[in-house]
Design a binder for this molecule. Structure first.
Ligand SMILES: Nc1nc2c([nH]c(=O)n2[C@H]2C[C@H](O)[C@@H](COP(=O)(O)OP(=O)(O)OP(=O)(O)O)O2)c(=O)[nH]1
Ligand SMILES: [Mg+2]
Length: 133
């Protein structure tokens, strides 16, 4: 049976209403595409703990508070993902690409010009309608 990965995904805004995106490494699944930072939940973690750990590991930010935004199940050819998307409302630190990945703070209106995995289309649509750009 196809694997289903549970993935915590963070939507993090800065004071200029830009959202944090990261470039996936070429060798990863969905390589070279942009993503919202996050990663796979481990068996012993709650969804929120997974979010906090992944964001600290990948971009060095401490997530203090976040609200669930949406869940998306997407069937890629090689695996299935369940994206557990959170809006981060309180965090501290300065974002850096701790895994050597490029990071960018991107205005919502510019997200359409970036190549994201197919599962992200719904997230971007929801963000642009929530924040009415
Ligand atoms: N983080 C993240 N993953 C996404 C997004 N959209 C999307 O389809 N995915 C997929 C790609 C991957 O198959 C999966 C996330 O896995 P990952 O590679 O980030 O997992 P991880 O951080 O735990 O990485 P690793 O330790 O296995 O290298 O979800 C997104 O916006 N953010
Ligand atoms: Mg990841």
């Amino acid at each position: 049976m196809k694997q289903r990965l549970q993935v915590a995904v963070a939507i993090i805004f800065n004071a200029e209403q830009q959202v944090l995106i990261a470039r996936r490494h070429a060798h990863q699944h969905q390589g070279d595409r942009w993503e919202f930072p996050g990663g796979k939940r481990e068996a012993n973690e709650t969804r929120f703990q997974a979010l906090q750990r992944e964001i600290e590991e990948e971009v060095g930010l401490l997530v203090h508070q976040a609200e669930p935004m949406m869940q998306i199940v997407h069937d890629y050819a090689e695996l299935e993902v369940e994206l557990d998307v959170w809006i981060v409302s309180e965090f501290s630190g300065e974002a850096i690409g701790k895994e050597g990945q490029a990071l960018e703070w991107c205005a919502l209106a510019d997200l359409d010009n970036k190549e994201f995995p197919a599962a992200n289309i719904e997230i971007i649509e929801r963000l642009t309608s929530l924040y009415a750009i």
